[in-house]
Design a protein around this ligand. Structure first.
Ligand code: ATP
Ligand code: MG
Length: 276
């Protein structure tokens, strides 16, 4: 674990299926800091999260990612997890046949190494205690990972994983989407309980609402695959009130997305019922 380490991303370019998505992203996250990343749909936020975690579909074409003294781009996914990097995904995967408890125990043991495995009793106690704090029914321990979980239950389960794994760099991708108001408060309390001078957070969100509960030190706006504006918590408040137009205007951006006009797009009149 790289506790107290700085994440340093420099000029990151990444593509999927040869399509460039991240286009020169630079960001520093120091230990103890909470950074929120906001931005319109399709501007590369989840791509950044996936690239940080080492998703094999993304190709990093240039730039660097350092975490402490380690070159993250040289590390396999499991090495990144062992280094303390954790991603709560926007769309968590369902894994049939693997219970929530089995999954978490093997994740914790992988992190701890073969000579230092957590005892079953300690693990169960910790899991029960954490589930109680998240107001989760302990029956979720024995259900297959995310299978049939509601949207909100999946998100709460991601917070459970974070609290059990105690990572040093936490990336939360839209952890608030699908959570009801009470669940949002519970999840935010879980995040706040984990805040420490040794741990840093990158929180991707569309809504100020989460940031009312988890106060960020920095807020960044992503457009066209890079960070175009940064500020403090007040930036999120302004975005909530005014939207993104003023940022686009200030940065001279016409189209925020990476996507070009789809080739099948046709002018409206050619599909009008009168054939005009
Ligand atoms: N396999 C793919 N082929 C082509 N384009 C892709 C592929 N995967 C992702 N993209 C595109 O990459 C862009 C960035 O996607 P990403 O999921 O990072 O956006 P986002 O900022 O997280 O959006 P949202 O706020 O909606 O979650 C989108 O335009 C998406 O359609
Ligand atoms: Mg996304």
């Amino acid at each position: 674990m790289k506790q107290g380490a700085t994440l340093s991303i420099r000029g990151l370019h990444a593509s999927i299926d040869s399509k460039p998505i991240l286009q020169g992203l630079t960001l520093d996250v120091h230990a103890g800091e909470v950074h929120a990343i906001m931005g319109p749909n399709g501007t590369g936020k989840s791509t950044l999260a996936s690239v940080l975690m080492g998703h094999p579909r993304y190709e990093v074409t240039s730039g660097t990612i350092q975490y402490g003294d380690e070159d993250v781009l040289e590390m396999a996914v499991d090495e990144r997890a062992r280094a303390g990097i954790f991603l709560a995904m926007q769309y968590p995967s369902e894994i049939t046949g693997v219970t929530n408890a089995d999954f978490l125990r093997s994740a914790i043991n992988t992190q701890r190494g073969p000579d230092n495995e957590i005892s079953l009793i300690k693990f169960v106690r910790k899991m029960e205690k954490t589930m109680q704090s998240l107001e989760m029914d302990t029956a979720f321990m024995h259900r297959y990972l995310n299978e049939g979980f509601s949207g909100g239950e999946k998100k709460r389960n991601e917070i459970l994983q974070m609290m059990m794994l105690e990572p040093s760099l936490v990336i939360l991708d839209e952890i608030d989407s699908g959570l009801d108001i009470d669940a949002l408060k519970v999840a935010a309390a879980g995040v706040n309980a984990m805040r420490s001078p040794d741990r840093s957070f990158v929180i991707i969100t569309h809504y100020q609402r989460l940031l009312n509960y988890v106060r960020p030190d920095f807020v960044h706006v992503m457009m066209q695959g890079r960070i175009v504006k940064s500020g403090g918590a007040e930036l999120a408040e302004r975005l909530e009130a005014e939207g993104y137009d003023w940022v686009k205007h200030e940065c001279g951006i016409v189209d925020v997305a990476i996507e070009e006009e789809p080739q099948w797009a046709v002018p409206m009149q050619t599909v009008s019922p009168r054939g005009t």
